[in-house]
Design a binder for this molecule. Structure first.
Ligand SMILES: *Cc1c(COP(=O)(O)O)cnc(C)c1O
Length: 348
């Protein structure tokens, strides 16, 4: 096993930097559950402003943000419309069914992005035997869509159709700030037509945890109730919130480096025999490619690569994902590419 692992499995693999840890250690704290933690309170004011919403709630994870949002917006038996590749469908342990009791109508978008025409086609006539439709969910950027950025006009059109037929709207913004850095639009621009939105601090922003869910004051009061019910309320949460504040100050603009490194990786991968990738589709920090042409499946490819010191993720029979982040600089990407190229075919 090589000494230094290049871990491109996920942007969640980042570790808090020394400066972030120092900020955490110095954080002023209180009882978060009683709204008495000054650092959490400051973070929430700042995030509400960033996202263009009235209020915000501090949560341990993005998964909890999605699941709470579903449960606040919907009653059991109601239907959620989202792309078929959505995180809420594939990666939250069946939470939408188990916790909110909702049904999901998956849409076949392109790279995780559907449009207003598709949404309109999914609207049911209100009949007693049909599930009542309640919520539209979008994911900015789309994870399984390869980090694709929803264009602002498409989001606005989707939100406008939803409003027209009285559906609520929720944005999974796990990587919303990646979209902002890639496009130049603000988080509030993207979230404008949506009733609720959250950002994750444990992905590219590099904090050890934390997500902030934002919406109207009434929405956030209900969200806080569920956070308490589901055991997500914290005590001296300011220690984590301080890391999140630090990330807002120091780790947003640098996401551009991750995007450049993702393109660098994609270009290198495109030059390797047997690997299929559309470099033009790499818009942010997620790099998906197909290894069918190498004669190996994704599981074998990823296992083999790990023994040579590079970690990526199997995301389908022959689909592999690599994610760039603040713990992998351009040199690490070049080293990963040398390992990918040099070791190719060495093991079957
Ligand atoms: C990671 C992720 C989540 C869940 O966030 P956690 O903080 O890991 O719970 C939700 N949606 C998307 C698109 C994600 O990538």
């Amino acid at each position: 096993m090589p000494a230094e692992l290049i871990d491109l499995a996920s942007d969640t693999k980042t570790r808090p930097t020394a400066a972030m840890r120092a900020t955490m250690a110095a954080a002023e704290v209180g009882d978060e559950r009683a709204h008495e933690d000054p650092t959490v309170n400051r973070l929430l004011v700042r995030c509400a402003e960033l996202l263009g919403k009235e209020a915000a709630v501090f949560l341990p994870s993005g998964t909890m943000a999605n699941e709470i949002a579903l449960a606040v917006h919907c009653r059991p038996g109601e239907e959620v419309i989202c792309d078929a590749t959505s995180h809420i469908i594939g990666f939250e342990g069946g939470g939408p069914a188990a916790l909110a009791g909702v049904m999901i109508q998956p849409l076949a978008g392109r790279r995780g992005i559907f449009d207003a025409v598709q949404l309109r086609a999914a609207i049911r006539t209100d009949r007693p035997y049909a599930p009542r439709q309640r919520l539209v969910v979008v994911e900015q950027t789309s994870n399984l869509g390869g980090g694709a950025v929803w264009p602002l006009p498409v989001l606005n059109e989707v939100a406008s159709v939803a409003r027209e037929v009285a559906l609520s709207t929720h944005m999974d913004g796990a990587r919303l700030l990646n979209a902002c850095v890639a496009s130049g639009f603000s988080a509030a621009d993207y979230a404008h037509g949506f009733d609720s939105v959250w950002i994750d601090f444990s992905k590219g922003l590099g904090a050890p945890g934390g997500a902030v869910l934002a919406g109207t004051r009434a929405f956030c009061e209900e969200a806080f109730r569920l956070k308490l019910r589901w055991g997500g309320a914290m005590r001296q949460g300011g220690i984590i919130a301080a890391a999140c504040e630090y990330a807002l100050d120091h780790h947003i603009a640098r996401l551009a480096d991750d995007h450049a490194n993702a393109r660098r990786l994609a270009q290198g991968l495109a030059a390797l025999p047997g690997i299929a990738i559309d470099v033009a589709e790499v818009e942010t920090n997620l790099v998906y490619f197909d290894v069918a042409g190498t004669g190996r499946n994704a599981a074998t490819f990823v296992r083999d690569l790990a023994t040579r010191g590079v970690r990526m993720t199997e995301m389908g029979a022959t689909r592999v994902r690599a994610v760039t982040h603040l713990d992998a600089d351009a040199q690490a990407i070049d080293r990963a590419l040398r390992i990918l190229g040099g070791g190719r075919g060495a093991r079957a």
